[in-house]
Write a protein that binds this ligand. Structure first.
Ligand SMILES: Nc1ncnc2c1ncn2[C@@H]1O[C@H](COP(=O)(O)OP(=O)(O)OP(=O)(O)O)[C@@H](O)[C@H]1O
Length: 593
């Protein structure tokens, strides 16, 4: 199987099922045995009506007499009851074994599908990822894969079993009485299709209820997540009134679903009972006017109940198939997301000398708007450069492109003359570290967030990094020190602490190129100056790209690049740029004001 290109399809699922060929065959053999054990059950006790109660000894009484000796009515009834109970017990044991086998197979298939999606997601490029968004991707991975799981269980365990059961029952009841047998076999499924159609109406109502719940859930999640901000902007009433409206919608849709679903269910059951009464009447007529015995008539009634399950299962598979097809389409949207280019060439980390050359770089997040337009500049190894420009001019975008998060539209970025397209992502990320303005942390310990789970890093190294990042005293004061849990997204830390933690993470990663994207914006000037002083030695040999709004942060850069509306409009050092009319001078003047 070509794991790289093949989309999820019924064929793909089938191939995965075949990985467990042996289990499937054993499962189907056990299913056939279970059917053979269960099909005679409705026949056994009713036959005693004829043979024992109506005194017409036949197969059972004759054989019991032959093997165990004769007795009274209780004697025969007890023996046949024991046989029935035994058969039911065997059927139960086989049922458990079959469920175990097929569940294992289907869980294997769903795991493989999830694994395939996750393996793909791992390499998806950022622009593509953002086109779907985390909400819909997680829904695909959880709900849609579960829908497939239901379908796979049904198809693997119930489809063949139901068809075989129906064939076996059809043979038995047509043999007993062709007229009543055929009547049951035709009318019963029609009734069940009818009730399924009614159930579908309930399904629509259920979907409306689910939608209302989902809308409420998203709304309340956001309201609670932004609780502080809502209070700060004095908008509690607006947001909570909105949530109440959404809760009211749940009340309305739930009410509709609950009472109508019960009504529809009772209606379907009534139709079934009506048909059952008609079968009973026909059965009585056949007993009166044909050779159908009373016992066999009871057996036929038993089979009416008996075939409900397989008919129902076949109809359910039909609906499960419709849901599974829709789920497959949605899941394939993940596989449609393009992967980032991953070349094979490596940068030599030990050399720690990386020249970067940005050549005629063009990039757009959306097709209709160019975010970077023909940007070119070179950064030599060890250079300290700054990028400035108005908000939205494209500074962060360049940082993301240099770090390989997004894929360029055209132009090139060369690292030691290797094009980004030919460079392995791992090598790129090992060498280039982007320190973000708003680092989002894992809800784990400080230590985990600094080392990113690398257990080879000693506490001593971490404390050293924390000292440079001006975070040592803060961590020392925490009761759990490095084991302190930072909360979801790092909420238990201040913005400045999160930024410094991200810098400590960078120090531990020890890359050749560091990009600071407003990475110290939340720090007071005093701490920022101290931080950069302490970082000086660490950054000495490294290439440093700083994106900042503060003059003090960019002033000492060897080279300053000024961006405006995605274009590079000025470049030079502070002294050169300060003497020219232009954006940089404006920037300096604004800072002075
Ligand atoms: N993920 C994204 N999807 C779509 N558009 C984006 C995305 N990120 C940024 N943009 C748009 O791209 C343009 C450049 O944004 P960018 O973040 O690079 O600017 P910036 O110069 O870093 O701004 P700031 O100084 O405010 O951080 C903006 O118009 C922004 O709206």
């Amino acid at each position: 199987m070509n794991e790289n290109n093949e989309k999820i399809s019924l064929n793909y699922i089938f191939k995965l099922l075949l990985h467990n060929r042996k289990a499937l065959i054993i499962g189907q053999i056990l299913t056939i045995i279970a059917i053979m054990v269960s099909v005679p059950i409705p026949l056994l006790l009713p036959l005693l009506v004829d043979e024992v109660l109506l005194n017409k000894p036949d197969f059972f009484v004759n054989n019991i007499d032959k093997f165990f000796g004769s007795g009274n009515a209780i004697y025969y009834i007890v023996i046949v009851t024991i046989i029935v109970l035994f058969l039911r017990l065997v059927y139960f044991i086989f049922g458990v074994a079959i469920t175990k086998i097929f569940t294992k197979v289907s869980k294997y298939v769903t795991f493989k599908i999830r694994e395939r999606l996750l393996n793909h997601l791992e390499h998806v490029n950022m622009n593509e990822y953002e086109s779907l968004g985390s909400g819909s991707i997680s829904a695909n991975l959880i709900t849609d894969v579960n829908t497939l799981d239901n379908f796979i269980v049904s198809i693997a365990s119930k489809f063949i079993a139901s068809i075989l059961t129906l064939i076996a029952v059809a043979i038995v009841i047509i043999t007993i009485n062709p007229v009543l047998g055929l009547m049951i076999l035709f009318i019963q499924p029609i009734i069940m299709i009818l009730s399924k159609k009614i159930a579908k109406k309930t399904g629509v109502l259920k979907q409306e209820e689910n939608k209302a719940i989902e809308v409420f859930q998203n709304n309340i999640n956001e309201t609670l997540d932004l609780f502080g901000q809502i209070k700060a902007s004095n908008k509690e009433k607006y947001f909570f009134d909105d949530s109440i409206k959404k809760a009211q919608n749940i009340q309305k849709t739930s009410n509709e679903f609950n009472y109508k679903s019960v009504a529809y269910e009772r209606f379907s059951f009534t139709i079934f009972l009506i048909a059952f009464e008609i079968f009973r009447a026909v059965g009585l007529i056949l007993v009166a006017y044909s050779d159908l015995s009373i016992g066999l008539m009871f057996a036929m009634f038993g089979y009416i109940w008996f075939i409900m399950t397989p008919v129902q299962d076949i109809l359910t598979i039909q609906y499960a198939y419709a849901s599974a097809s829709a789920a497959i389409n949605r899941i394939n949207k993940i596989l449609d997301l393009k992967c980032e280019k991953n070349g094979t060439e490596e940068l030599n980390k030990s050399s720690e000398k990386i020249d970067i050359s940005i050549q005629n770089l063009n990039f757009s997040y959306k097709e209709d708007k160019d975010t970077l337009k023909d940007v070119s500049f070179d950064i030599k190894s060890g250079d300290k450069v700054a990028i400035i420009g108005a908000s939205g001019s494209g500074k962060t975008t360049i940082a993301h492109l240099i770090s390989g998060f997004y894929s360029k539209n055209s132009g090139d970025i060369l690292y030691n003359n290797i094009s980004i397209d030919n460079l392995s992502r791992q090598s790129l990320r090992e060498n280039i570290f982007l320190v973000l303005q708003m680092p989002i942390l894992f809800n784990n310990t400080l230590k985990f967030n600094i080392t990113m789970g690398n257990e080879n890093i000693s506490d001593e190294q971490i404390y050293k990094a924390l000292k440079i990042a001006q975070l040592y005293d803060t961590v020392e004061k925490m009761s759990d020190k490095l084991e302190t849990i930072v909360g979801k997204h790092g909420v238990r830390l201040s913005g400045g602490q999160r930024q410094r933690l991200s810098i400590a993470r960078m120090i531990i990663a020890n890359p050749a190129v560091v990009i600071f994207d407003e990475s110290t914006s939340a720090l007071d000037v005093h701490t920022e100056v101290k931080l950069f002083n302490d970082l000086e030695e660490f950054l000495k040999e490294k290439t440093v790209i700083t994106i900042a709004h503060r003059l003090s942060t960019v002033k000492n850069a060897h080279m300053i690049y000024v961006l405006e509306d995605g274009k590079l409009v000025q470049s030079g050092n502070h002294k050169e740029l300060e003497e020219k009319e232009g954006h940089y001078l404006e920037f300096v003047k604004n800072q002075l004001i």
